[in-house]
Structures are given as structure tokens and as C-alpha cells.
Design a protein around this ligand. Sequence first.
Ligand code: ATP
Length: 281
Amino acid sequence: MSTAPTQEMYFQPPPPPPPPRHASLATLEARAISAWFGQRKVLDRVSLTMQPGRVTALIGPSGCGKSTFLRILNRMHELVPSAQLAGEVLLDGVDIYDTGRRLTEARRQIGMVFQKPNPFPTMSIYDNVVAGLKLTGTNVRKSEKDALVEECLIKAGLWREVSDRLKSPGGALSGGQQQRLCIARSLAVRPRVLLMDEPCSALDPTSTRVIEQTIAELAHEVTIVIVTHNMQQAHRVSQQCAFFLAEHGTPGAIVESGDTEQMFGAPRDQRTSDYVNGRFG
Ligand SMILES: Nc1ncnc2c1ncn2[C@@H]1O[C@H](COP(=O)(O)OP(=O)(O)OP(=O)(O)O)[C@@H](O)[C@H]1O
């Protein structure tokens, strides 16, 4: 039976927003992190809380220790033979460097996307996405793998472009697509935090925008920390920023951190103002 349309049928109120998905989001907290390569101290007592559901951008001139700090956040710093560190990194209050905790577990929970896309070039797109499962000892039944691959490629914003060629090699994709494939690969082990070290620096502006859109969507479910030299990008993608500086040969330290809008609009420190306005670095 059809009814005549009423005014309410034409002017439906907008649907309620989806329930917040922040419940399982992780807080990553760095406490008094110092780092050395050999005798050389490159970070001095850096503390920063990277909040759940937000994108945190690490900015600062070249050599001030942003990448070193990022690599400390998922225990990659210790791969360098001469490297040492002091301080704590807490994932929801638990120290990832605790001697009782396994390295692979920290890396599974805290994923990393690098500057240069690094898919396994001869491996298929499908196999690239699931490559991390074995490495981190994550068991997924064969029947669940197809769904996982699709889910991760959708989240990485790549599914529509590759769904008909999942068996093609990862190396046959464009640079921007390869970077999104790497994001999908990171997501497959269901990390709670995703670290991104200048993920767009090797990409053209269009691919950069696609990755930025992907970052915005992922932030609902993964805590994201991104190193970027691009101030417009830091402004566009992050809600929170930390400005690193290594002045006059001293180790890198955070000069100022806080809400991105405040850091760009009304920075407290003159050095932050100079940097975000392109006056140095
Ligand atoms: N493997 C290493 N061995 C020795 N020194 C290193 C190593 N990696 C980095 N450094 C030094 O540590 C300091 C911080 O480097 P880092 O790459 O963290 O800075 P950054 O702010 O990320 O720089 P950029 O923006 O240029 O990538 C630099 O002085 C660098 O030379």
C-alpha cells in the first residue's frame, strides 16, 4: 500500500553519526626518550603522548631526530648495532621495551610505512597484503584470507584499482599504488598504531592526496604518527603536532607540541613560528 509523501518524508533528519570506534584505539606515550648512535647523542629526553583517534605529525628540520624517534616507537632503533636509548615507550600503559615482551609483538601492534614504497616486487598483490602474517606469527585461516585482503585493500584505498588483478606482481603498480599496497600490508596484522616516515615524499601530488585521504579514514581505527617535511601536509592530515629541533649541534628535542591548529595559527615559541612559516629549515 502506498501512502502520499508527507513533509517528514522529504525532510528526513540526517542519520545519527556512527558510534565512536575509539574504544579499541591505542594511546602511545614516549617518556623521556634519549637516543645515541655510538657516542653521539641525537635525542634528549623527548616526551610525547600520541593520542588515540588522532593523527600526530612530527615536524622539524633535517637531522633533528624525527625518524630516530619514530623508529624507537616500534623498536627498530635497536637494529642499528651502535644504537642505544633511554626512556620508556608505553602502549596503553605497557612498556614495549619490557624484557618480558617479544619484539615481534611490539612490531605487530605498532606498524611502520616507510618513505620509499617497499612491496615485494615479484610477489602478487594478494600475497603482499598477507606477507606480514607469517612474519609476525599471526594465524589466519585460508578461508578468511580473501576477506582480509579485500578489507585491507579497501581501507588502504586501493581495492577498486586492483580487485581484478590480485595475482599481478606488486612491483607492477605505480608508486602511489605501491605505497597504498604497503599500507594494506601493514593493516593486515591489525596494528593498533601506524607509524609513517614521510610516506608521500616519493609520490606525485595526486597520489599524495589519495594517501592523505587514506590516512584521514584510517585514523578512526588506528593511532597514526607521521613524519613529514611538508608543512601543508602536516596541517592537512594531523590534529596534533610536535616540533623537533637540534640547535647548534645539540641533540634533538621537542620545542613545542600541541593541537595542530594552535601550532600553525598561534605557536607559543618563536622558533615554531619561524619553522611553520618557512622562515628556516
Ligand atoms: N644509522 C645511523 N648511524 C649513525 N647516525 C645516525 C644514523 N641514523 C641517523 N643518524 C644521525 O642521527 C641524527 C638524527 O637523524 P634522523 O634521521 O633521526 O633525523 P631526521 O630529523 O629524521 O632527519 P631527516 O628529516 O633528514 O630525515 C642525525 O644527525 C643523523 O646523522
